[in-house]
Design a protein around this ligand. Structure first.
Ligand SMILES: [Zn+2]
Length: 302
């Protein structure tokens, strides 16, 4: 049997898998990224984990045919370069070439959210839908515009920064240098920050959603502001892309209908000429990036 090696490299953890076509995970491993050790050590860990999985496959009588890597930040898919990543300390790392040499296999490099979006459009919530926007709402907010199963990266590998669309001009300062960016209001981190706690105990966005459902006034206000801002962001995206489905993933989507019901209502209120997209929860969970990396590898094989 044939498999591909797929890695989704995050700021804290690496999900690594052997994937059988067209998208079945037959082995999944989790490793620590160890980003504090510096970029050189992270690169070595990525190559060692990928090489180890290829060896594991061979030992089990499987034939690894290609390797796919997904990383965060600015990623130049055409050149196979991890251009920039704040989490990993990457600057112009030729990761595709390094992986191809180490594993002696064809290699592909992609962006984690774009890879996840392609996986949701080909294997997940929007399976078979031609025009899809995937929006990952977690610590930050990022999106992937997927057409016919492929996510566009832009001219510089930096497309899809929906989190930095300004939805509240003059609002809260964002780390990017602007004010009122979508992710200053609607990311899971921003929602948790906006909820005033008397005790100082840490609280998550899911806690805020649960308290809002119970009628806690402060939670209701924070949740309403977040869903309104997210609807503003999605309306802008729909004006640009006119997609059929919007798939919402990341930690915030785990709130389920507590998110989707008010978000659908808020989007519907704002729609004028736009066609209303279906708003769907992501189906692949935290495996989306890894499956997307596998699809990049499988696409090399034609
Ligand atoms: Zn910003």
């Amino acid at each position: 049997m044939t498999v591909v090696v797929a890695l989704d490299v995050g700021g804290t953890g690496i999900k690594a898998a052997l994937v059988r076509p067209p998208g079945e995970i037959v082995r999944l491993e989790r490793h620590a990224t160890g980003a504090r050790r510096g970029p050189e050590a992270v690169i070595e860990t990525i190559l060692a984990v990928a090489g180890g999985l290829a060896d594991t496959a061979r030992a089990a009588g499987e034939t690894p045919l290609a390797v796919g890597l997904a990383v965060p930040g600015v990623v130049d898919e055409a050149n196979g370069t991890a251009v920039w990543s704040a989490n990993l300390g990457f600057r112009d790392v030729p990761l595709r070439e390094l992986a191809a040499q180490r594993l002696n296999l064809p290699a592909a490099l992609g962006h984690d959210v774009r890879a996840g979006g392609a996986a949701e459009a080909r294997l997940g919530a929007a399976r078979g839908v031609r025009h899809v926007l995937f929006v990952a709402v977690g610590t930050g907010i990022a999106a992937a515009h997927v057409v016919d199963g492929r996510a566009g990266g832009g001219a510089h590998g930096a497309a899809g920064e929906l989190g930095h669309v300004v939805v509240r001009p003059g609002g809260t300062p964002c780390f990017c240098g602007n004010r009122g960016c979508l992710e200053t209001v609607a990311s899971a981190a921003a929602i948790a920050r906006a909820y005033p706690t008397v005790t100082g105990d840490p609280i998550t966005a899911a806690d805020v959603a649960a308290r809002a459902a119970e009628g806690d006034e402060a939670a209701v206000r924070v949740w309403r502001d977040a869903t309104a801002a997210l609807a503003d962001g999605l309306l802008t995206a729909q004006a640009l892309y006119d997609v059929a489905d919007m798939v919402i993933g990341g930690g915030l989507a785990e709130a389920g209908e507590a998110l989707f019901a008010p978000l659908r209502a808020a989007l519907r209120e704002r729609i004028t000429f736009h066609r209303e997209p279906r708003l769907l929860p992501a189906a692949l969970g935290d495996r989306a990036g890894c499956l997307g990396a596998a699809l990049l590898a499988l696409d090399l094989l034609g």
